[in-house]
Design a protein around this ligand. Structure first.
Ligand code: OAD
Length: 250
């Protein structure tokens, strides 16, 4: 890794008051959580239309829950990595810091991030298909599949945004505000392929923010970023953090 690029990123961050971060599956890759579109990505092994759409759930809720159960097992065994840890630390370092994630694994929260917007939901939450009530559920594996609502008896579904569904405006609106108001946005470990998440960095750049991207390879967003740091989030984020400490940010 080119140290001048790390330094450049550290200097941009050092000057920033408002920092926004958008993460994707890549930040959890070093924790052992599979990504979606990489070589061994989930969408290479499974068909999204069989498992991650409202139609798939209506057709076969047991099959869908079995898949989420399997993923709960993987995520439950995973630990946050140094990438998650640095982002949790930065929340306390910058005057304003907001983290937007497309991940449903809950690893950012486990690393200690509090100011967190989970755009695509959370694998450790269920939602009643009748009452829409969202509840935390950490069973792994779930004892009864498919689970039902303790209140009304209707089917519970994973609290995850599936293909063809809209994002919760209560999460999306603050994500857009954060993007419009930040001085810098870090884009980490996302293929920048899924909308509307992929448009957040472009909105930030339009509003004058600097963009820093961390990813082992280029993405459709790379031509628009100020600094592209090729490599792994769990290695590069600690390097930027060391750069910030050298400049004088704790
Ligand atoms: P993808 O699987 O599409 O992209 C993961 C990105 O992470 C790729 O660009 C990789 O190059 C990069 N990557 C891999 N290892 C990395 C590492 N160690 N450090 C940094 N980057 C690394 O995942 P997302 O962009 O998150 O939706 O996918 C977006 C959405 O599509 C997901 O939220 C999911 C999926 O369908 C839902 O679950 C609703």
């Amino acid at each position: 890794m080119d140290t001048t690029q790390i330094q450049q990123a550290a200097e941009i961050l050092h000057r920033a008051q408002r920092v926004a971060v958008l993460t994707g599956a890549g930040i959890s890759a070093e924790s052992g959580v599979p990504t979606f579109r990489g070589k061994d990505g989930l969408w290479k092994q499974f068909r999204a239309e069989d498992l991650a759409t409202p139609e798939a759930f209506a057709r076969d809720p047991k099959l869908v829950w079995e898949w989420y159960n399997w993923r709960r097992g993987i995520v439950g065994r995973a630990e946050p990595n140094p990438g998650h840890t640095v982002l949790a630390k930065w929340e306390k370092v910058f005057p304003e810091f907001g983290l937007i994630t497309q991940n449903v694994d809950g690893l950012h929260a486990r690393a200690g991030s509090l100011n967190l917007l989970e755009l695509h939901g959370n694998i450790w939450k269920t939602r009643c298909t009748r009452e829409e009530t969202v509840a935390e559920n950490f069973e792994s594996p779930l004892k009864i599949i498919p689970p039902t609502c303790p209140n009304c008896g209707a089917l519970l579904r994973p609290h995850i945004v599936w293909f063809g569904e809209s994002l919760d405006p209560g999460v999306l609106q603050p994500a857009f505000s954060l993007s419009a108001q930040c001085d810098v946005m870090l884009v980490i470990g996302t293929s920048a392929f899924v909308q509307p998440a992929a448009s957040l960095p472009l909105q930030a750049a339009d509003a004058g923010a600097k963009l820093i991207e961390i990813n082992p390879g280029p993405t459709p967003l790379t031509p628009f970023v100020d600094v592209f740091l090729p490599g792994k989030a769990g290695e590069i984020l600690p390097e930027i953090d060391r750069g910030l400490i050298q400049i004088g940010r704790p």
